[in-house]
Design a protein around this ligand. Sequence first.
Ligand code: EPU
Length: 413
Amino acid sequence: MSFLKIKGGKALTGSVNVSGSKNSSLCIIAACLLFNGKIVVHNVPDIVDVRIMFDIFKMLKVNYTYLDNTFTYFGDKLISSDCVDECIKRIRGSYYFMGALLGRYKRVLINYPGGCQIGKRPIDYHFMAFESLGASLSFYDDEVLIKVDEFNSCIIEFENQSLGATVNAILASTYAVKTTLINASIEPEVMDLIAFLKGIGVLINVVGNTIVIDGKTEVIKTNYTYKVMYDRIEAGTFIALGLIKGPIFIGNIDYRHLKKVVYDLIKANAKIDIRENMLVVYPSKLESLEIDTFPYPLFPTDLQQIFSPVLAIHGGRIKENIFENRISTALELKKMGAIVETKEREAIYQPSTLTGCYVEGHDLRGSMALLIAGLIANGDTILKGYEFIERGYEDIYNKIRMLGGEIEFVKCK
Ligand code: EPU
């Protein structure tokens, strides 16, 4: 078994460049399967979740290369649309193979997806969208068979905004008739996928939370290049570090995707300079920061856990409205000295001092939050479950080391 040993209390200052977006990359990689021309995608982060998407490509015998953050897809036809393999069960993003394969081949047999245990995470909206498009679904213990003879023109209204279901509905609709999505997710990663698809020739319009896909697309570019957007959650992670330790110059970003986060922080007394493609975040004494997670453009659930160590230092309140288990990071912070009370989906922090100890992360953002806590605590922290971090953050330990952080891997028998 191995752990991460984090030396607390070191200065963390300097510049960092944010990598490409995990969640955009996952859907854009799967979306390539819709097309039969060559596609080059830049800025794809080298992280475990992306590597698993490529394992699925290998299993499907897709012809591709991945080098220096550039993914090249050569666009051959698939021999089979059977997507049954252990790697499907390892990540959430594997469910995009449902929409992409159904969209292109009108049939997919696929395992249920895995992913971080941050809540119930049903995929009933995805299935409802496929059914509205005319597909039939047969459920088995470990997999689902989805197939369609002819796609319907349809209006799909989501009960709640779902990033994954919106992406899957778009992918499956690419060659359908006309699909209208109501109360769709407009997270920046969905908009990035839409920009990718529009660039290649798919006809899509977005007005507010309504997305219309005109599936009668005919002109598809055959030699297409796209660059994935930056990872706004990685940017937010360095904002959290900068507020306690900075100044940190966070480059390669477009702060407009983080407007709500930045404005909430500035309102709570954070010193943040907004520059072109960059944020500069200074150590700040925050006053009464209140975080309420909601779909975009409000405060993202993926940053809630990340900011919990900041609240542990300065006090404040978190309400998690999307994924019920995400509040549990507070319990690990308690072991480090955080004064926090949790009630259902809410955590109320009093200002406290964090001290290094043994902590355990159970999901990507929770483990990252504990790494941040270790960096800002007094003394050493031993973190179990650091592997989750590698699912979503590219070269993160080196980026932190470049800022002055001390992290080492410890192996135990
Ligand atoms: N929901 C349903 N039924 C569905 C789908 C969603 O009830 O069929 C509910 C969920 O339970 C949740 C809400 O709708 O309460 C929103 O879930 P959503 O579908 O948007 O989440 P997701 O697609 O499973 C993606 C990201 C998550 C991110 C959420 C919210 C990927 C691979 N995952 O998950 O990213 O937290 O959207 O923005 O893109 C992460 O990066 O750490 C991460 C977990």
